[in-house]
Each structure stands twice: as structure tokens, then as C-alpha cells.
Ligand binder design. Structure first.
Ligand SMILES: [Zn+2]
Length: 357
């Protein structure tokens, strides 16, 4: 997952910025320079929108209609949607052959991917990769960002132990809930995993939320994942045992998370699972140590949540592939076209193509 927790204003600003950039015509002009060899799109939930004003994880979900429009847009912009294996193969060639590639990826293993995304992907004959966290399928890992959302939705006041005393913060309106979620989310993202999980446990306990039921309601079990294993369009990839931010853990822990989840998935689906996506996937969750580890373990690729296009230079850094997050906060054709041009990342990175350390 890659929560865009700064909802609301920031998202609207980004959306407006993308619209302006698109209207300027610059991205289309610059595309040959900025687009690179292709793009890897990142999705999480795909389902009809039923949320309300308090929707702090909204960035992580799009509608089935927008998935369909995204496929149309990608193809109309001249990208060929291909499998991850084919993309890595294409990247390994010195010179690009044919059109730029686009790889569609779905993280975590949500049931809505089966119910709402798969029919669209089949109808459009679009190959894709599904990254599975085995602990979600087995109901032993925790969706802590969903736990925080569920707890704050339920609670009208939140108790904290702070400075040796008890503090109570009101969370009785959607605006207060959103503000508190964002504050908590980014505070906890900077903490060690056990602190983060303990805080989410404390809040869900206050709200009387069943943490396991959240996983059961949202994530596929092995029978459901088995339907994807039979789907020729689908590549099943690895997304660890428990979805930890690996860089915050000892090396042995990280090795076990990668190697064991891969072995479990391969035993379940009966074929190799050579591709990996880093949980959370930002530089504080997966860095040079993790990239070296994945290489040592023989993975064929690993996708980050670092934003950007895939360039020829990434052939030398296949464990640090960038992705474009298709953000539910701005589901428009224009915004996606700007992302696909590569121009925003080119501008932000001042022409630097690789972000791999
Ligand atoms: Zn994830």
C-alpha cells in the first residue's frame, strides 16, 4: 500500500496541477524525452465508490469504470500493456523495440480485485500482476492503515497516553477525523513497526474493532487467489508475509519475509513467483540493503512506490523499479495522461532518470 494520507486540499492541488500541465501541451511535446521505456502502474482497491467525507485511504481505490478508462487511455497514448516478464525482457535489450510498455500491477490481494477488476481486465485482454501478502490470505497479518481508519470512523474521542498522562482528543466530525488520521498516520509511519502496530491495536481496541475481520472482509483467501492462478493474463508476485516496512527490521527478518512468502506462494500456485513488490515501498521501507537482498534471493524484479517512468538504466536496477500510482483522489483521463508522459517526474527530478539508492 502507499497511502496518500494528505487528502483534500493537497490532492486537489495536485489534481489541478496535473490538469494545468496537461492543458499546457508540454507533456505531449516532452514525452519522447521523458517517457522512457515504459511505465508500471500501481493499483490497490478497485470497487464502486461508497465512501463518505472521511475517506483517508481514498488514494488507494479507484472504480471499475476508471480502470477501464485507464486501459483505454494507456493504449491511446501508444503504450502496449504487456506482462511483467515481457517488460523485463524488453528492458534487458539495449535498444527499445516497438512501443513503450505498460505493466498493470495490483498490490496486497484484495477481494475487490477478483470481483471488480478481473472482469475488466479479461474484457480488455490486459495482462497484469497481482502481488500477494501471504499473511493477508492467511488472516495473520494486519491492515494497520485500515485499522486506523476504522477506529477513527467509530470513535468520537480518542484517548492517548502522552507525557505520563492521558490525553483525550475529540474526533466527532469528519474534518477532525481526517486531520487526526493524517497526523497519526505520518507520525506512526516514522516509528518502528512494533510501535506502529501497538498504536493501531490500542485504537482498534478502544473502538471495539475486530482486526482479523477487517482482513477477512477485504482480502482474498487462497481459494480466491487460486482463481487468479488459473487466469492466463495474471502473473502472481510476492508482497511478503506480513507487509512490514522491511528497512526498519534486521536483515534476517527481511530475508525470512521475502524467502518464506515466495515459497508459500509458489507451493500454492504451483509455479515460480519471481517478481516482488516492496510493502509501502518508499525509500524508508526499501533501500539499498533490501535491493541487494532481493537480488541475492534471485528475484527477477522488485517494484517500489517511488514515482517515475522506467528508463533503460533501470535494467541495471531491477530491484528498484519505479511505479506510477493511479490515485483514487484524481481519477481523470487528463491526470493519467500527464502521468504517462513522465513530465511531472522529469520536472521534479530535474532530469535525473534513476532513483535507485
Ligand atoms: Zn502493499
Amino acid at each position: 500500500m502507499n497511502t496518500s494520507a494528505n487528502a483534500g486540499l493537497r490532492q486537489r492541488a495536485i489534481g489541478a496541477g496535473l490538469d494545468w500541465l496537461g492543458a499546457s501541451g508540454l507533456p505531449a511535446l516532452a514525452a519522447p524525452l521523458t517517457r522512457g521505456r515504459g511505465a508500471i502502474l500501481m493499483f490497490h482497491h478497485v470497487r464502486p465508490w461508497t465512501g463518505g467525507a472521511f475517506a483517508p485511504n481514498r488514494g488507494l481505490e479507484i472504480t471499475p469504470e476508471f480502470l477501464d478508462l485507464a486501459i483505454t487511455t494507456v493504449r491511446a497514448r501508444g503504450f502496449e500493456i504487456i506482462t511483467l516478464d515481457a517488460a523485463m525482457d524488453s528492458l534487458s535489450r539495449r535498444k527499445p523495440e516497438g512501443p513503450p510498455f505498460c505493466v498493470l500491477t495490483f498490490d496486497d490481494g484484495y477481494r475487490d480485485n477478483l470481483v471488480h477488476a478481473l472482469p475488466v481486465l479479461r474484457r480488455r485482454q490486459a495482462p497484469f500482476t497481482l502481488y500477494i501478502t501471504t499473511g493477508f490470505a492467511e488472516r495473520t497479518a494486519r491492515l494497520w492503515w485500515i485499522e486506523l481508519e476504522a477506529a477513527l470512523r467509530a470513535l468520537n474521542r480518542v484517548g492517548f497516553i502522552a507525557g505520563g498522562g492521558q490525553a483525550v482528543i475529540p474526533s466527532d466530525t469528519d474534518a477532525k477525523k481526517t486531520k487526526l488520521f493524517n497526523k497519526l498516520y505520518w507520525h506512526l509511519r516514522a516509528q518502528p513497526e512494533d510501535v506502529l502496530l501497538a498504536a493501531a491495536e490500542e485504537l482498534t481496541d478502544q473502538a471495539g474493532i475486530d482486526r482479523r475481520a477487517l482482513v477477512e472482509n477485504l482480502c482474498m483467501d487462497w481459494d480466491e487467489i487460486g482463481e487468479f492462478a488459473l487466469e492466463p493474463l495474471c502473473t502472481i508476485g510476492v508482497h511478503t508475509l506480513t507487509h512490514p516496512r522491511l528497512a526498519k527490521h534486521p536483515l534476517d527478518f527481511a530475508r525470512k519475509e521475502l524467502a518464506e512468502s515466495r515459497a508459500i506462494i509458489e507451493a500454492r500456485i504451483g509455479r515460480p513467483a519471481a517478481h516482488l513488490a516492496w510493502p509501502v515501498g518508499d525509500p524508508t521501507s526499501a533501500g539499498p540493503r533490501e535491493f541487494a537482498l532481493a537480488r541475492d534471493l534471485g528475484f527477477a524484479s522488485a517494484a517500489t512506490t517511488r514515482k517515475g517512468m522506467v528508463f533503460g538504466g533501470h535494467a541495471g536496477h531491477p530491484m528498484a523499479l519505479p511505479r506510477l500510482s493511479v490515485n483514487g483522489g484524481y481519477q481523470t483521463k487528463a491526470a493519467l495522461e500527464v502521468l504517462l508522459s513522465g513530465a511531472p517526474f522529469w520536472l521534479r527530478n530535474l532530469g535525473r532518470r534513476l532513483d535507485v539508492n
